[in-house]
Design a protein around this ligand. Structure first.
Ligand code: NAD
Ligand code: DAU
Length: 338
């Protein structure tokens, strides 16, 4: 059995990935290393916490000693780095922690992964490192120049460059994946889709930035997880793989769709001041991962969004506890002092 060190496994995509690996494979043990920042929630993994193939360690990826201890205690074969500060709006207000976690944290992990001689290091990056597209521009390929425009995307681009440098200089067998916007269960309700669903259900206003015509390409989180597992197992060392849903939509269309799905009026929409430096459009050309690795997304946006709205309707206690900050007590109850 091989051990995958998953960092940031208590967040949105990381927790879906941990569940994905445990449910769909028999050959991996998962060690989840997470600092449990505001975005980390162990309630996301309640259903797997007693699985013998799963272990949790509370640690900071930017703390070299702590990361060294984890590598010393577990025979790590593969690393998947999800741990990051992930919200663009927060990076505009307070960029420092983004540099610490996303850049320094990645360097610490790379150093330890190299020292341990892991089989694969996979860096979970983002389409935002390519910058913004105009309405007629072609979708991003892996050769598109790196032109980040927010402190968040700049820190993720910095991390990508470090991964490339360590792979090139020391031969670390690393892979980088760059995905478009994810949606699905357990997404922190500061991001567009869960914020709009939960606000609508609470009868609150839905704040749409600017004219609402910014375009994002949406991918269900399960499809992102299957792509990461595929790239981890079969991706070429040194390669970059774009991952996307070929599902571009204007924000306002997404918001209207959500309002229809929860049967709430469009009068809840409130156009608010735009995000500073707001990227206009992202679009992903995922031909490489489709052709080289045979990956295909399984979920169409119309089905995925309907299923996601249902999930938030059925898990009101989950997002209410998150919005109220209650979820943060779970770690103390279940893990602290163990
Ligand atoms: P998230 O904010 O929901 O989760 C991040 C997790 O990382 C949390 O559990 C948090 O506690 C943990 N973390 C933060 N700082 C840490 C540190 N210093 N040490 C250890 N753990 C730490 O993020 P997400 O939306 O699940 O995104 C996961 C990854 O995927 C990120 O790297 C992000 O850049 C990338 N990504 C996200 C999307 C998206 O649409 N959400 C799309 C493409 C790529
Ligand atoms: O493209 C991948 C990226 O997608 C990831 O790398 C990031 O981690 C993830 O947060 C996401 O970034 P975005 O900035 O695209 O996601 P967000 O949900 O914050 O916003 C989506 C769009 O909706 C964006 O154009 C801004 C707009 N928006 C967002 C919020 C939170 C609103 O209009 N109102 C809002 O309240």
């Amino acid at each position: 059995m091989k051990t995958i060190l998953v960092t940031g496994g208590a967040g949105f995509i990381g927790s879906n990935f941990v569940r994905h690996v445990l449910a769909r494979t028999a050959q991996y043990r998962v060690v989840n290393l997470d600092l449990l920042t505001y975005a980390g929630n162990l309630e996301n993994l309640k259903d797997v916490e007693r699985d013998e193939r799963y272990a949790f360690v509370k640690a900071d990826i930017a703390d070299a000693r702590a990361v060294e201890r984890v590598f010393a205690e577990h025979a790590v074969d593969l690393v998947v780095n999800f741990a990051a500060e992930s919200h663009v709006d927060r990076s505009i207000v307070d960029p420092e922690v983004f540099v610490r976690t996303n850049v320094l944290g990645t360097q610490v992990l790379l150093d330890r992964a190299r020292a341990a001689g892991v089989e694969r290091y996979l860096q979970v990056s983002t389409d935002e490192v390519y910058g913004s597209l105009g309405p007629q521009d072609k979708a991003f390929t892996e050769e598109h120049p790196i032109r980040p425009s927010s402190p968040y995307s700049a820190s993720k681009a910095g991390a990508d460059h470090l991964v490339h440098a360590v792979a090139h200089t020391f031969g670390l067998p690393a892979v980088i994946t760059r995905c478009s916007n994810n949606y699905g269960p357990y997404q922190f309700p500061e991001k567009l889709i869960p914020l709009m669903i939960s606000n609508a259900l609470e009868g609150k206003e839905l704040p749409v930035y600017g004219d609402g015509k910014n375009v994002r390409d949406w991918l269900h989180v399960d499809d992102h997880c299957s792509a990461i597992l595929r790239a981890l197992e079969a991706g070429k060392a040194g390669a970059v793989y774009n991952i996307g849903g070929a599902s571009e939509m204007e924000n306002i269309e997404v918001v209207r769709l959500i309002l229809r799905a929860v049967n709430r009026p469009e009068s809840l929409i409130r156009f608010v001041k735009d995000r500073p430096g707001h990227d206009r459009r992202y679009a992903i050309d995922a031909a490489r991962i489709r052709q080289e690795l045979g990956w295909e997304p399984a979920c169409r946006f119309q089905d995925g969004i309907a299923e996601t709205v249902r999930w938030y309707l059925e898990h009101r206690d989950w997002w209410e506890r998150v919005k109220a900050g209650e979820y943060r007590k779970y770690y103390e109850m279940m893990y602290a002092g163990r």
